[in-house]
Design a protein around this ligand. Sequence first.
Ligand code: 4NP
Length: 175
Amino acid sequence: MKVLMVCLGNICRSPLAEGILREKARQAGLHWEIDSAGTNGYHTGEAPHHLSQKVARLNGVDISTQRARRFTVDDFQHFDKIYAMAGDVIDDMRRIAGKKFDPNKVDLLMNEVHPGKDQDVPDPWYGPEPGYHEVYKMIDVAANRIIAKYGQPGAGGSTQGQTSGFTPQKSHEQK
Ligand code: 4NP
């Protein structure tokens, strides 16, 4: 399974989402391809924000070698599932992808935790360190749900590079 995490700058939220899900997939023995991107491209080539790196490190996840890149229309071709951190990110993705925007592949990350609630992962960029810890916790719960949902044999996400047969599913679980 190929999963893309997307936020605005690709330096605060989505690098955390990439690193957290990659670590959980590794621990689960899943050979998934996981990447992240930002819709605004302002920070292309930069390492994750130092506070994202810090909270990741405190939780045993190393995101220091990840580098920001801009989301492109080709990402809809390559990835099976694309998670946006917030609604404004989906608006940007629609603008960038135009007719190639594929709603079947896109969802808000937190809809994996609270289906249909359309909750954003708040942008910690303008705030102090506690915001980054809060973001980490939210993404951690969502990543657990993704592993539980797509990491089972037969779920369509258990093998490397498997694209056919993967059907995005909506969870109806309410918490
Ligand atoms: P992110 O946070 O989308 O979580 O990476 C942001 C980082 C930078 C900017 C916006 C959001 N910016 O406009 O530079």
